[in-house]
Design a protein around this ligand. Sequence first.
Ligand code: ZN
Length: 287
Amino acid sequence: MEFLHVTATLGEGPSWDAKRGMLYWVDIVEHKVNIYNPKTNEHHSIDVGQMVGAVVPRESGGVVLATETGFYTLDLDTKKLTFISDPEDGIKENRFNDGKCDPAGRFLAGTMDHSEKTTSGSLYCLEKDHSVRKLFDGVAISNGMAWTADHKTMFYIDTPTQHVVGFDYDIDTGELSNKRVVVTIDESEGHPDGMTIDGEDMIWVAHWQGGRVSRWNPKTGEKIGEILLPASRVTACCFAGDKLEDLYITTARIHLTDEELAQQPQAGGLFRIRPGVKGSATYAFGG
Ligand code: ZN
């Protein structure tokens, strides 16, 4: 395991821009979009002036963000933010958290209550024509998403439920149906946060307060592997690189005590491992 020397307060939401060869991720509470080039090992960040929950590549260039005030495009060269839409205009208690594009280029992102006390969050879909649809509500902390290689199933995590759920996914319309629990994370291993999927359709779940990422077979609900990290608050993971062989893992140092920070000085870092299985691609926003 490699530790890349970038320490975030609340690192989250890695995505891979295969076209540019860049890894993006956010530091939610520091208002940062991070950009890392694995070929040159260079990193820089852009301060977007507000909490940012997710960053995804955009087919036509730049990235799209889900922030505390809605959806925006960000030009990585000029650093210009352009507002798209805010489906929760007027709901000051909420902010966007994790988000990801589906294989058809829609951007799905969910919200959560800042205080983490209610289920006021929802999952939204930003369509390629920039219209926004609500997919469902009643969410506490909207997190990981992933699609199977045949695009027929979407997996989703609402963290406090301890579940990964599956939906039938209609890739033509973006409609969800037939919700079912596919994986349950025991609380002794923390809480499920971000998620990705590999080339064998096995899902990888980041464990907040569980110090690991775990690999599961969503068909059987069985855990089939795990990787321990030197940081307890593991937030998300994503495959990247020319061959999608590298798994990048984000972590957080927020709210750790001085004692915990002394025990896990790399908390908040970005980690890279090569797990021996090829990953799935990050889809870009098509609008
Ligand atoms: Zn998360």
